[in-house]
Design a protein around this ligand. Structure first.
Ligand code: R5P
Length: 288
């Protein structure tokens, strides 16, 4: 078995390879003078089960992944398995308006055509899994999230919308505390209405959990409402921290701390999902 790390996931790939005591291979990646991408896998991966770890967050990540699939075929590995910690474009898993692409479908079709299996972490909507022609697994990381907040004396775990209720419920169960969700309704493209249930948060420590922080709007609005109701400390956590357009400043105006996982490495990465990813790889061999 070998792990091949793409540039978008090097830290996480290193942790997984250390944990499993498996060799880590890094392709040579650089740019031609005209800006086009060059990639070369130098290690002979013939006959290996190869796990390629890389995101599809940025467009260049996607290109790196597609090119690595072409490059690796030169060695005839036993199997080629993609681990995509953050599956970008999964929020466009359906057509909202006529003339739009189903982005996650076309991406999944391309990736699954050239690989033997795909695994991702907490995908935005599991519809994308059904677009794959090969086994596609969605790994949950509730345990690592909960573990991180074990010593923070949390009183309530909160989901900023009903879609994240299962996550809040499971994290709350692990922390042995109560949970609730905020009723979020999209009125139109620009307006979102959020309603708090009748829960007394005055003086309590709150943990808000979500799958993605993108612009930070959802979590900032939730934090503001909870803060105005007199909460003591507000902790914010999400699986994937994208932090577009100063999202962190927006969130920290009403909350005390942000901690996201290393599916996307960044300033607020405080939780690692390496155990869950390693467990997935171990299970792969039990299944085989
Ligand atoms: C929504 O369905 C998701 O679970 C997240 O709440 C959303 O994508 C977060 O986006 P933003 O940070 O831009 O509010």
């Amino acid at each position: 078995m070998k792990i091949l790390s793409l540039p978008s996931s090097v830290e996480l790939a290193k942790k997984v390879s250390d944990n499993l005591k498996v060799g880590l291979s890094l392709p040579l990646a650089r740019r031609f003078p005209d800006g086009e991408m060059y990639l070369r896998i130098e290690e002979d991966l013939s006959g290996d089960d190869v796990f390629i770890i890389g995101n599809t967050r940025k467009d260049e990540d996607i290109l790196e992944m597609i090119m690595s699939l072409s490059a690796i075929s030169d060695y005839s590995p036993r199997s080629v398995n993609l681990i995509i910690p953050y599956f970008g474009y999964a929020r466009q898993h359906k057509r909202y308006n006529r003339g739009e692409p189903v982005s996650s479908q076309i991406l999944t079709e391309i990736l699954s055509t050239h690989s033997d299996s795909i695994c991702t972490v907490e995908i935005h909507d599991e519809q994308t899994l059904r677009y794959s022609q090969k086994p596609f697994t969605n790994v949950h990381v509730y345990h690592s999230m909960a573990k991180h907040f074990m010593d923070k004396q949390i009183d309530y775990v909160v989901s900023p919308d009903d879609g994240g209720l299962e996550r809040a419920k499971t994290v709350a169960y692990e922390l042995n505390v109560e949970y609730f969700y905020i009723d979020k309704k999209r009125i139109d493209d620009r307006t979102v209405e959020m309603k708090m249930p009748d829960v007394k948060v005055n003086g309590k420590n709150i943990l808000i959990v979500d799958d993605i922080i993108s612009t930070g709007g959802t979590i900032a609005m939730s934090s503001e409402m909870i803060r105005k109701k007199g909460a003591n400390r507000i902790y914010v956590s999400a699986v994937h921290g994208l932090f577009a357009n100063g999202a962190d400043e927006k969130i920290l105006k009403y909350s005390d701390e942000i901690s996201v996982t290393d599916t996307v490495q960044g300033k607020y990465t405080g939780i690692s999902v390496y155990e869950e990813v390693s467990d997935y790889i171990k299970r792969f061999y039990v299944r085989a």
